[in-house]
Ligand binder design. Sequence first.
Ligand code: AMP
Length: 372
Amino acid sequence: MEITKLHDLYFKKYITEQELKTIVKELAIQVKNDLPKDEVPIFIGILNGCFIFVADFVREFKGDCELSFVKLASYEGTSSSEKVKELIGVNENLEGRTVIILEDVIDTGNTLQDIYKIFNEHKVKELKIVTLFFKPDVYKKELPIHYVGKSIEDKFIVGYGLDYNGYGRNLPAIYQLTSSPKMKNIVLFGPPGAGKGTQAEILKEKYNLKHISTGDVFRYNIKNETELGVLAKSYMDKGDLVPDEVTINMLKDEVNKNPDVKGFIFDGFPRTESQAIALDEFLAEKGECINGMIALEVSEDLLVQRILERGKTSGRVDDQNEAKIRNRFNEYNTKTAVLKDFYKSQNKCYLVNGVGDIEEITERLSDVFDKL
Ligand code: AMP
């Protein structure tokens, strides 16, 4: 999932799990290397945001260490304007110890200042600061920060322990605040012959959306004998999928040709998991996302009859021969059907019965469209 909604705001993926892993490991190695041999540090995590970072960091730290967590509580002081900061949870005797603070993010440095003040009272041997993220543009203090995992721009982030109003701590990657999507983008999904094209033509009018059928774009290119058409034809005639790279680039071009539309109905795309991932990433770059994937469900035998019927008038080579049709189903079952799970894991998959009159099915689809 590249764009995620928490409460009223949208966030886009900013730092991947893999990058986080590398950053945290690197920090743990540096901290270890700078310690005197046999020195057993006490790590102190500043809750709540640090909990995942700390859990990962200490597992990458090769050597003996102790670990504690504290919470910085602020309460009104005796004089009305004063805010007093207090640490909750330091039970260890820190005198003479090497204390290493683990922070998730340091921005203005106000919290850091409180930390310095409080820990200096504990007569520690040495106090070092490790922060996963640092926002140099807003840091206003002179206090040293000994280790920075990654410097980031001053934008609100969530995930990997960090929250927005309590939500988002469980996201495994870091997400950054982004503008609200303006489009309604829907993937109309289903096996060949399920009625995606027919329904998309009706729904695009009803909802004022742009319909992109990758099959239609390929057929247009074949008819006009473009380079793309020549390439695609050899695959299409057999009922095989056109290679991902070709299809993805074509799809992006089609989207980019329509910058001002209210959204898209994608028909026949994505058809593989890498197409679905590419689509998510491509839309996220624009601050947009897929609102939902609607799967039209029809049994295969019924579909073969429908397609053979359509083949009498459609002029499509791949509609006229049962072996080719079966091959298209094979492609669907082995490469495309998995996308249901892909969208289910994003909570975006809607199943609609695709058997019935055209109007009846439009009704069922509209019920879902209205919700998205
Ligand atoms: P359709 O009109 O959606 O049934 O597509 C007809 C044919 O176009 C398919 O059998 C494929 O050969 C090709 N095609 C259409 N969309 C895609 C896609 N997303 N990925 C790969 N091949 C595609």
